[in-house]
Every structure is written in structure tokens, then in C-alpha cells.
Design a protein. Sequence first.
Length: 302
Amino acid sequence: MPLPPMPEPKDAKERIATAISGGATTSFLIGTLLGLNVAQGASLVLRPLSRRRFRRFNRWAAQSWWSLLIDSTRVLYGTHLVVSGEDVPPGENAIVLSNHQEMADVPYLLAYGRTKGRLGDMKWFAKRSLKYVPAIGWGMWFLDCPFLDRDWNKDRQSIARTFAGIVDDKIPVWLLSFPEGTRQTAENRAASQQYAREHGIAPFEHLLLPRTKGFCATVHGLRSHVDAVYDLTLAFEKGVPTLWQFMKGYARRAHLYVRRYPIASLPEDDEGLSQWLMDRFREKDMLLGRFYSTGRLLRVSD
């Protein structure tokens, strides 16, 4: 079974103290991000003159704010990411796959991206409605993140346009994708397992079935631009934290297992790519099961 939600502290004083700390930190970060949004809006004057300078400024803005998030929680709470598996080289363009449990996943993935010099180059698939949300959504729009309607007929065209722009302008990129498509909930797990049984697929114990169409389109659209696909498996120790719990300092450590696959090693056709992705998630499911029973995020061969 998936790791349960992280529990709140039993002590009322501790809950109050962490809420005050988390509220102050969150307010500071949101205020800073809104200020950056204003500067990003002003940077639009650069776009018709030099798209490279426009993107360079917004890369700096993203890297600065994300670093502030990482460093704030590290200084306040001692947050730490334990990384195992393969050591990927810094500076590569890559498609980055990860399992998705809660929004608290994101700060730890950002922290890993910074260790490889790619923090400002990270881009995310996001719901189109988020595009109009101040702070986070606006910031993602300035970074050329792909926004989705979750309607494949519409998304196919918008994804192709976004990727064509990245390739044509030679934009450095770590494109992070959550192939499960949504966070883990009891309802989502039940729907995923029912779909698996109806289609003759052995259900996963700890993950949702990955959605393959978007992954296939991503590989086809970026194959000529990226060096590799990184397969990341993220795990928490004492329960899955919400983003609010992360900001209160409850999730002080996470574990990340990394595998690197050269883009040339991936299949060329959709059927092969779909099976490749399913195989990776089958491995992730086994990794998480082993971690929950032993505390070690390793493959059998490690």
C-alpha cells in the first residue's frame, strides 16, 4: 500500500509553533514571488527585442526564488535529500520522470535540480487553469512551461508548439513530468487499479498507472534536443506530507533514487515507448515496496 498521509504532532503547543513558523515563511516567500512577478511582467518589453535576454532574466528569477525556497527550509528545519542510484552529469538537457505523491515532492525535486546546475531550467507540465493564478502560475508562464487541458485532442497541439519553440530556440531544459497525471488519493488509486484490471494489467501497490500518451509526445518532440531521460523515485519516511506540512518543517528528509537512460536507448515507436514507461513504473513500485520494508531505496542488483 502507498505510504499514509503524514500525521500532525499530538502536542498542541508544537502544532501552534510550527503553524506560526510555516505561516511566516510562506507569507515571506509568496510576497517575494509576487514581487518577482512584477519584474517578470516588466521583462516582457525584452521579448520582441531579444527572446534570449527575456528568457535569461526569467531563468534568473526562477533560480533565485526556488533557491530561496530551498535555502529557507534548509536553514529553518535542516531539510535534506538523500540521493542514491546513478550520478547524472551536470548541465544535460533531460526529460525528468518522477512519481507524484503530494506537492511536497516539488521542493525536493527542485533541490536535486540545483545540484546539477539546472534549477533555473526546470519546466513542468501543469493544468491550464494554473496559468492564470498569481505567483506560481504566472511564474510558470514566464518560463514557457507547457499547460494542459487534459483533453488529448487539445493538448497534442499545444505540446507540439511548446516543444518546437524549445528546440528551435535551443532552450536549456529539464522538463519534469509526473506520468501518473495526478497526486495519490484513495479515489485515484481505486480508479487506477480498476482501469488496470479491466485492461489486463497487474495493478501497482504504491503507484498509479502512468499515462503514456503525453510521455510519447514528449520524447518525440524533444528527442533531438535532450541528452537523456532521468527516472527519479522519491520516497518519504514517516508519511506523505502536504506542502503545508513541508512548510511547517515536518518533512525534513526525503530519499531519491536516480537512473539515467540515454535518449538514443529509448524505443522509436509509441508502443515501445509506452511499454518502456510501464516497465520503469513497475520498477518504481518494487523500489518503494522495498524502501517501506527496509528503509533502503535500492534495486535488488545494488
